[in-house]
Structure formats: C-alpha cells, structure tokens
Ligand binder design. Sequence first.
Ligand code: 4AD
Ligand code: MG
Length: 447
Amino acid sequence: MAPIIRICDAKDYVGQVVTVRGWLQRLTGKGKLNFLRVRDGSGIFQAVAFRPTLGDEKFALVNRLTTESSIILTGAIRADPRAPGVPGGYEMDLHDIEVVQLAEEYPIAPKEHGIEFLLDRRHLWLRSNHQWAIMRVRAAVIRAIRDWLDDHGFLLVDTPILTPAAGEGTTTLFKVDYHGVPAYLAQTGQLYNEANIFAFGKVYCFGPTFRAEKSKTRRHLQEFWMVEPEIAFCTLEELLEIEEQFVSAIVQTVLERCRHELALLERDTTLLQQVVPPFPRLTYDRAVELINAAAAQGVTVPPHDEPVPPITWGDDFGAPHETFLAGQFDKPVFVTHYPTAAKAFYMEPEPERPEVCRSADLLAPEGYGEIIGGSERISDPDKLREAIRRHNLPEAVYEWYIDLRRYGSVPHSGFGLGIERTVAWITGISHLREAIAYPRVLGRLWP
Ligand code: 4AD
Ligand code: MG
C-alpha cells in the first residue's frame, strides 16, 4: 500500500507512489488529459489524470467530479519547478482515484462574491486559498508570540472571561447575568495580570476579549484576541524596549515561516522586513503638532484620500490621524504621553505634568493603526483610588485591585497586542473580519 502523505511533504516523496486525501478545487483539461487542483489542508497541488494511465472507467469518474468533492488520490510524485500550488514545484501523476463524496453544487464560485454573501458562508469560505493562507499566518503569529514570551521569562497565567468590573471604558461592556448578579465579559485580562506579577514577576495572558463597539469599522471586532504581558519593576521606557523586541521577533519569525502563505496573498514584504528595533518614538504633543500642520496643508491619507482633520489637544486620534502619523515612518511608531483624561483610569500620570500619562500606543505602518496599547500603571493606592473616583467607577469592585498597591507595590507596566490587527497588518488585508475564523462584527453572530 502506498504511504498516505500530506501535500506539504510531497518534496520528500519524489519518484514514489503515494496517497493524498483531500478536496477538489478545480478540474480543467480536455480529451485524454485532466488536471485536478487539489488541496488537503496542508497545501495545494495538481494531479494529472491521463486516460491511458488511469483507465477509461476512473477517467470517466474524474470527469464527473464536482468542486469540493472529497477524494483519495494515489499516484507518483514528480518534481517540476513550474508545477503550480503551495508550496509548489511538485505534482502527481494519477494512478488511481477514490471518490469519498461527490459534492453538491458548491455555492462559492471562483467569481467575485459580495462580502455579506461570503460572511454568511464563512464556514465554507474558510476553504478558499486566501482565507487558508491568512489563518495559517494567524497561527504562526500566535506561535511566535508564545515562543517569544515563554523564552523570555514570562509565565502564562490565564485570566477570567466572566468579570465583576470594567477593565477599559464602561461604554463597551457586554453585560451578562451571573446567577442574578451582573457580570461582564472581559475587555482585558490586565487587572488580573497586575495581581499575577506580584506572584510571578513577568506574566502574560492570552485569550478572547470582548468590546461592545457601537460602530462598524474595519479595525474593530466585538470579540478579538489579545496577548497581554505585564512586568513588575518596569518603567514606561523599559516597556517600549520590550515591545519593540517582541513585535520585531513576531514579524521576522512569521516572514520566515510563512513565505508561501505571504506569496499566495501577494503581500509586498519590503516594509515588514525593516521591522527591527529601535522603533521611532513620538510624544502625543508632537503628534498633535504634526497632525495640525498636515491638516492646514490639506494632506490626505489612503485608502480613500481622506483629508487629515485638525485635532484639539486632549482628543483621542481618529483613524485618519493614526494613518497619517504612521505614514511618516517606515517602521511602527510609538506615540507616548497621551492626555490622562483620554486614557484608561489605571495609567500613571507623568509626575511633573499630570495632565499627560505614562502611556504608549504602537501604530503600525501602511494604515493599520494601533496594534498595541500599553502604559505604566498607577502604583500608589491613594492615587489609584482617586483615579477610580474621577472615572466614576464603582470603588467597591476595585478594592482587590487597590490592595495590590498595599502589599509591596512596585512600578510596573504592561501592554496588550491585538491579534487580528497584527494579522491584518502582516497579511496586508484591509479588514479585520478576515483575520479571525468566525468574526463577530457589529450586527453579525452567524455562523
Ligand atoms: O488599547 P487597548 O484597549 O488596551 C487594553 O486593553 C489594555 N488593558 C492592554 C494592556 O495594557 N494590558 O487594547 C489593546 C489592543 C489595541 O491596541 C488593539 O490592537 C486591540 O487591542 N483592540 C482591538 N482589536 C479589535 N477590535 C477591537 N474592538 C479592539 N479594541 C482593541
Ligand atoms: Mg488603545
């Protein structure tokens, strides 16, 4: 019996007869010759059906195959640098074929479909080449993240999804009923990370987070994945160094491991290759000056040549502001020292200038916007209590969090990297909905 192999391993079986199990993407050819483009989850290749080799009966069977039919192919692997596919360069001379199921007429055709049509059929759309490549890059991003953190002394500590209090703004809370008591789906694991550093020094949590975002944008999901490292005895300046090492390692590792996927996506990786430390740093003050100078000159930003609107000191950036700022640099750029009032309650104000805080966002190039939000945290219990009051948050549910500042408080910092934004940036896709298998965007809970 021929060994069962995966398409990605075809290079190791040149000249041998093997079996591949997969699905038919497309059938072309005529007369005595048919070409079957086949995918098996690990790769894509072409099997060549030649009537004299296959026999009349099996050849007729091939001719009846429909798109997405499940098939078991046996044949000889041949190396040919021109052979299409992923990784490409290998094809199969078909000796035998077994049809597991002749698929019904497949709703997704090679032609262009509208986005709602495709999202309604996300469970099928995932099979298409682009989606396949994006999901594989996502898995590589996640693996690179875990490897880097695990190798740099960070302990993975999982944080709860059902929480009693807001971690970020209260306007995006998803409320659920916890046996008669209100609870909220986690917007962040950060507050628990802050408890965990006092036990473990450097920690991270990694999981789904939830934000009831009220507007539909290409950068916002209702459910997204975030990795959040948190570090004891760490200032904002030290945090930025960790972030640039971390992001560079992710990008370079994925470029190396996902060459085929990025080629399939036709991603121009020129700028990604330049993602190495150090990253430029810009204060919020300076960013506001740059934005207002650009607005006065009528500068526009891609993708729709939107003019950069002027900004008032104190306001948060909009998407065109971020795109403009990031566009001034080839690498991701840190914007630091945002107005304290515009940011979350836990951020440490700058001692000499409390109207700004020791925060930093990292903006990705090419219009992908904020991929990281982070800061130094308030380490004094009284200042923290005051900040909680100022934000009109219910003090009682934060008592445990204030406690952390009572028993061996230290300067500490952390950040959160959004997985979908990072995947969208690396793959070069324009919308976050393709960076996760089953996107939850405003108004969609299906499939
Ligand atoms: O800036 P954010 O809100 O920061 C926090 O949640 C902190 N607690 C993190 C920390 O310091 N531990 O979110 C962090 C990142 C953003 O930079 C962005 O990449 C992503 O999470 N993000 C979203 N991604 C998709 N859809 C949304 N609605 C997102 N909101 C934030
Ligand atoms: Mg943020």
